[in-house]
Design a protein around this ligand. Structure first.
Ligand code: IPM
Ligand code: MG
Length: 360
């Protein structure tokens, strides 16, 4: 089959890691008889430099007219890169928020899985690492604080900043349904994370999640307060299967979950809407400190490409092949610098891509 993939290389390590993911996709395509036609889209700092805005209307249209979007990473260093002298709505991150909203991608799936080969890189104590964990965080992506009204103004002579955290029942219902659907294909356990002891938005969240849960009698539902969840993630990560949560909580908890896997360089993500369309990107950022040095770990982007095959193109066998090749590379003791340990073979970004292709 033929697929049209919009590719957003983005900033700093973005182009390096995306190149490796495309190489792996082409390899899979050759082996299984598919072709991926790429169309490049500017977003983030690179788009600001070329077009003056982090995402042009044309770029959004190109993304919309493709079958899926594969992204590297965008953004840079506040206080260093000139992009951050621009007003907030013209900075690189605004492009990412705009494309998520523009494409209706309200569900962000962030799997966090501890490969046993990386037990040593897990910062948790040995007994916890040995128990392993395999969870997926389902983060609401187009509502809440990041999309609410905001302003900074002087009120009675005092500078005051306001951000608004708003959720409608429909926004909560659709993300809850995604979470329960995913749980049905996994260990059938949902932990819904909120701050219902304080926030109205969380109390509505809890009520709607409980309503949705009635349609999934096989799935067990547990509620957890977000502060407790932050603690439980490092204390006993094995208890988590599917986590559903609102935008900001999910942003924070998914970084925490990724770090306990050993390196944020391993974590893929999928942002999905109502249909098959999705945007796939690593959970990590653009790592300006190692950009252009062939040091970045491309695995998160390669695994994101595998998610694209699975969720947008229904190519499960092909996705399995990529995931198995990543597993094999780790078993063969091949490591990029972020997951390096004694006795392992250190490789660069490009070589990691090659090693994964060789094992497909
Ligand atoms: C992420 C990032 C973004 C977010 C930023 C760059 C806007 O942190 O994808 O987690 O908060 O969604
Ligand atoms: Mg984040």
């Amino acid at each position: 089959m033929d697929f049209k993939v919009a590719v957003i290389p983005g900033d700093y390590i973005g182009p390096e890691i995306v190149e490796q993911a495309q190489k792996v996709l082409d390899h899979v395509g050759k082996k299984f008889g598919h072709s991926f036609n790429y169309v490049e889209v500017d977003m983030g700092g690179v788009s600001i430099d070329k077009h003056g805005v982090p995402l042009t209307d044309e770029a959004l249209e190109t993304a919309k007219s493709s079958d899926a979007v594969l992204m590297g990473s965008i953004g840079g260093r506040v206080g260093v890169d000139s992009w951050y002298q621009l007003p907030p709505h013209l900075r690189p991150e605004a492009g990412l928020l705009a494309i998520r909203k523009g494409l209706g991608l309200y569900a962000n799936l962030r799997p966090a899985y501890l490969y046993k080969e990386l037990n040593g890189a897990c910062p948790l104590k040995e007994s916890v690492a040995e128990a392993g964990f395999d969870m997926i965080i389902v983060r609401e992506l187009t509502g809440g604080l990041y999309f609410g009204e905001r302003k900074t103004e002087e009120i009675d002579g005092v500078m005051t900043a306001i951000d608004t955290l708003k959720y409608t029942e429909d926004e909560i219902r659709r993300i809850a349904i995604k979470g329960f659907e995913i749980a049905m294909k996994r260990r059938k356990h949902v932990i819904s994370v909120d701050k219902a002891n304080v926030l109205d938005s969380s109390r509505l969240w809890r009520k709607i999640v409980e309503e949705v849960a009635k349609d999934y009698p096989e799935v067990t539902l547990e509620h957890m307060l977000v502060d407790n969840c932050a603690m439980q993630l490092v204390k006993d990560p094995a208890q988590f299967d599917v986590v559903i949560t609102e935008n900001m909580f999910g942003d924070i908890l998914s970084d925490e979950a990724s770090m306990i896997t050993g390196s944020i360089g391993m974590l893929s993500s999928a942002s999905l809407g109502a249909g098959k369309f999705g945007l796939y990107e690593p959970s990590h950022g653009s790592a300006p400190d190692i950009a252009g040095q062939n040091k970045a770990n491309p695995i998160a982007t390669i695994l994101s490409a595998a998610m694209m095959l699975r969720y947008s193109f229904d190519l499960d066998k092909e996705a399995d092949a990529i995931e198995a090749a990543v597993q094999k590379v780790l078993e063969d003791n091949i490591r990029t610098i972020d997951i390096m340990s004694e006795g392992m073979q250190l490789v660069g970004c490009k070589e990691m891509g090659d090693c994964i292709c060789d094992r497909i």
